[in-house]
Design a protein around this ligand. Structure first.
Ligand code: AMP
Length: 214
């Protein structure tokens, strides 16, 4: 059975971590607009250069750009999509509904990952990831076994995001509350919102998500 889901929640809620698990366990396709934008920035495309500063400040890039990215990926098809970090505005949510409609697909569930703001700040300011395999670490709660080396793939390419600092995080949180949190009401009204406790252990969050997906 193919299912399409949205992981909705503030920065640091654990959307990326849960998306990676769903990819591993269910073979679903993770569509992270943040990852796509960072890849465009790293490869120096015109669009990547255009959005780099906006992203570093923690502001949202335009709906037009991210909807374009998602449109391309949906056309490629796959074994169910996990929308991670998209949609982030009501305009994007409407556009996603239309895109799914056009391609004869449905949205099965919207998982709202609930966490409190203090936990977010702690999670994000200690966060680093492996540039090779994408594993996510944290200075205090999940350091690598050997300093500077990824536990999973052995790469030494460990990096911190340019926007994982307190100032950008404050902007990202404001953007979330102003523009993205209305989506909670939007999807609740459409009848497909399921909240999970994003503060629980990673495996417990996965269990709650699996339960929601049935
Ligand atoms: P993320 O990796 O999801 O935290 O996204 C990192 C940054 O990319 C955000 O702070 C925004 O600047 C930009 N971004 C990612 N997804 C979107 C989106 N759906 N709409 C607008 N901006 C986005």
């Amino acid at each position: 059975m193919t299912i399409n889901i949205i992981l909705l929640g503030p920065p640091g809620a654990g959307k990326g971590t849960q998306a990676r698990k769903l990819v591993e366990e269910r073979g679903m396709v993770q569509l992270s607009t943040g990852d796509m934008l960072r890849a465009a920035k790293d490869s120096g495309t015109e669009m990547g250069n255009k959005v780099a500063e906006v992203m570093a400040r923690g502001e949202l890039v335009t709906d037009e750009i991210v909807i374009g990215l998602i449109r391309e990926k949906l056309a490629e098809g796959g074994k169910g999509f996990i929308f991670d970090g998209f949609p982030r505005t009501l305009g994007q949510a409407d556009a996603l509904g239309e895109l799914l409609n056009e391609t004869g697909q449905v949205l099965d569930a919207v998982i709202e990952m609930r966490v409190d703001d203090e936990a977010l700040v702690r999670r994000i300011t200690g966060r680093f990831t492996c540039g090779n395999c994408g594993e996510v670490y944290h200075d205090e709660t999940k350091p690598t076994a050997k300093p500077g080396v990824c536990d999973v793939c052995g790469s030494t390419d460990l990096k911190r995001r340019a926007d994982d600092n307190e100032e950008s995080l404050r902007t990202r949180l404001l953007e979330y509350y102003k523009k993205t949190s209305p989506l909670i009401g939007y999807y609740y009204a459409k009848g497909n919102l399921t909240p999970v406790n994003g503060l629980a252990e990673i495996d417990e969050v996965s269990r709650q998500i699996a339960e929601a997906l049935g």
